[in-house]
Design a protein around this ligand. Sequence first.
Ligand code: CAA
Length: 260
Amino acid sequence: MNYNNLNIKFDGSLAILKINRPKALNALNKETLTELEIAVDDLNNNKEIKAVIISGEGKKAFVAGADISEMKDMNVKKAKEFSLLGHRVFNKIEESNKIFIAAVNGYALGGGCELALACDLRIAAETAKFGQPEINLGIIPGFGGTQRLAKIVGKPQALELVLTAENIDAQKAVELKLVNRVVETDQLISEAKSLAQTIAQKSAPIISLAKEAVNFALEHPAAEGSKYEANLFSSCFSTLDQEEGMQAFLEKRKAEFKNE
Ligand code: CAA
């Protein structure tokens, strides 16, 4: 499929998806979000793919937010539709059986920070900047920022970002545990690929169960989480890859997972 605002490249079991509106600092308009939804659906259905890296075209921005020129004249109904579209797409990323890695190459503001937050792992270039500047526009975050940010960095830090609109640099983002790590800017994609490749060597169904179990922890009390984990843990024992993983360990060789 040809996209107007996305570039997607495939590299074995990895996909590298770049938001491609560099003149607007990759701002998310409706068309881009709609294309992103189609792309995420396609990737989720692609059995060859285990991990997806999301980044932004150009040197300046990952994504500088939702498209302000498109939002400017929205009424309440249109704004709700726009917000729900963003939520739907980002939820598909969060609930995907693939691992999504945000490779943040510059500004990740507003909806851009929210896109990164919906991914499972985040790697930042030294030049990356994060923030939720919506309050300066007379709005609040609308693509899940208030919810995911509070879960990831905690209420005080989330509120400080949302209420002050101040940007933080990559180093501060690591301190807040908003990103996994910071890397040299020109190493960003290779570092993201190396992380993705490490994960891609594991078994696809087990990767997916691990993500599902950890996601569950963020939404449920510990007692429910324990039961859920026990169910997912035991379901691993219905896979060929569990047999192979343990057999390979005992034979002192590397496991050759069949993703079954
Ligand atoms: N929407 C639409 N266009 C945007 C944009 C956005 N979010 N961010 C940048 N652009 C456009 C600019 O309008 C400009 O276009 P023109 O060249 O046609 O004038 C172009 O991208 C380059 O931007 P700047 O000239 O502003 O670049 P800069 O280097 O001076 O500043 C910046 C960079 C600090 C990121 C600045 O562009 C900026 O503050 N952008 C807006 C950030 C923002 O407020 N994001 C939140 C949006 S609201 C949201 O996301 C809601 C939600 O949760 C759903």
